[in-house]
Design a protein around this ligand. Structure first.
Ligand SMILES: [Zn+2]
Length: 172
């Protein structure tokens, strides 16, 4: 399970030359979960007291690593969908079926047939197909943010190579 700790220090910074930091979508409460690329610790950043922050920040992980994040404050459009898919724990110890009920550039909402014991802070690998013409496959690691009964809210983490297709899909 991911370690989730509050109060990560950060400051507005320039991205290092030739390096594009990963984009994180800040939610409507001006909070975002970021991930240390070195040790994969997830940490919450709170921008409620920082109206002028970004768009790129430098932050420091407990492991000693310094890393950069690009922040996207636009509240991303969430599309209601009904897409069957699967999820699994990254270590392969559990797999299950789920239905994606909504999707945005920042994450997915999922409905489970049974609880599977999922809790906020867990990482999952989710796999499903968009119902667009291409049937774009989406395979992404997500971080579970909310669990309400059988409804799961999860945020995408890591690389975003399919974002273009997903972006078009959300506009359709
Ligand atoms: Zn770290």
């Amino acid at each position: 399970m991911a370690e989730i700790l509050p109060a990560l220090p950060f400051e507005t910074a320039q991205a290092p030359p030739g390096q594009e930091p990963p984009t994180y979508y800040v939610d409507e409460n001006r909070q975002v979960m970021v991930l240390c690329p070195k040790c994969e610790r997830a940490r919450n950043l709170d921008f409620t007291q920082h109206p002028e922050v970004g768009p790129v920040i430098r932050t420091w992980c407990k492991c000693g690593n310094e890393y950069f994040c690009r922040l996207e404050f636009r509240r991303t459009y969430r599309k209601r969908v009904n897409l069957r898919g699967t999820f699994g724990l990254p270590d392969g110890s559990m797999q299950g079926d789920m239905t994606v009920t909504d999707i945005s550039l920042g994450g997915v909402g999922m409905k489970l047939p049974t609880s599977y014991g999922l809790q906020p802070g867990m990482f999952l690998d989710v796999s499903f197909q968009l119902d667009n013409l291409k049937g774009t496959p989406i395979q992404r690691r997500v971080l579970v943010r909310t669990v309400h009964g059988l409804s799961i809210g999860a945020e995408f983490v890591g690389h975003r190579e399919r974002d273009k297709d997903l972006g078009y899909y959300l506009m359709a």
